[in-house]
Design a protein around this ligand. Sequence first.
Ligand SMILES: NS(=O)(=O)c1ccc(NC(=O)CN2C(=O)C=CC2=O)cc1
Ligand SMILES: [Zn+2]
Length: 261
Amino acid sequence: RENCLVTCHVNVHPLWQSELSVSGGTRQSPINIQWRDSVYDPHLKPLKIHYDPTTCLYIWNNGYSFQVEFDDSADKSVIMGGPLENHYRLKQFHFHWGAINEWGSEHMVDSKVYPAELHLVHWNPVTSTSFEEAIMENNGLVVIGVFLKLGAHHAGLQKLVDALPAVKHKDTIVEFDVFDPSCLMPSCPDYWTYDGSLTTPPLTESVTWIIKKTPIEVDQNQLEEFRMLLFTSAGEEEKRMVDNFRPLQPLMNRTVRSSFR
Ligand SMILES: NS(=O)(=O)c1ccc(NC(=O)CN2C(=O)C=CC2=O)cc1
Ligand SMILES: [Zn+2]
């Protein structure tokens, strides 16, 4: 007897309903990372991360996700090494998640989807004079992707979760003065890297993606706090902020490199 559960999900967020893909895009994100097709690159160095917790400024709800913004006026919170030729400055981090634990991440690994994905967004101060300029530059940005899986309570994340009720509605903001996002990094150094794009408009093909192999664990309550946020502003009919991920994009003529055998 055919007994299958078809878990399908239709992304209805207006942003992706029109699924505007950059016309003629050849390096769009997110993608499904096929582990067996990724190529080990022995020249890839370990990623070096130096975040200064005092560069943390505030959290805000931008109508797509909640975002933590950093003071990027100096080389205080930077990453280097890995596939990078110079250092990149941390500008912001945000998350993507689903309405239920069965989906939510943007990238997938061998078609495995995670309940959520963290993006730490950095820009190249050597080739650009501002984040806004770097968005338009080829390889102007580096985004580190970290998968979240259901498991143990994440103490570091909880400080962030406790602030979410204050940014429930779109365009609300709350001060968030000291936070070290390296507490959200898995201890395993392994990553994949490939050339891609922003996953929300302007979808520019300016991103060197670094996707960590090992997920971090968060608990059910923490994921449910994400799902209490709203896409909508105060006074509007409430729309829960869930399923804020872009559908998979074609790999086209790209190779995903791995830092590990
Ligand atoms: N999901 S992702 O690919 O990491 C992705 C990352 C970033 C952006 N866009 C921006 O950062 C736009 N932006 C500015 O220009 C200034 C603040 C701000 O949020 C879009 C998508
Ligand atoms: Zn993102």
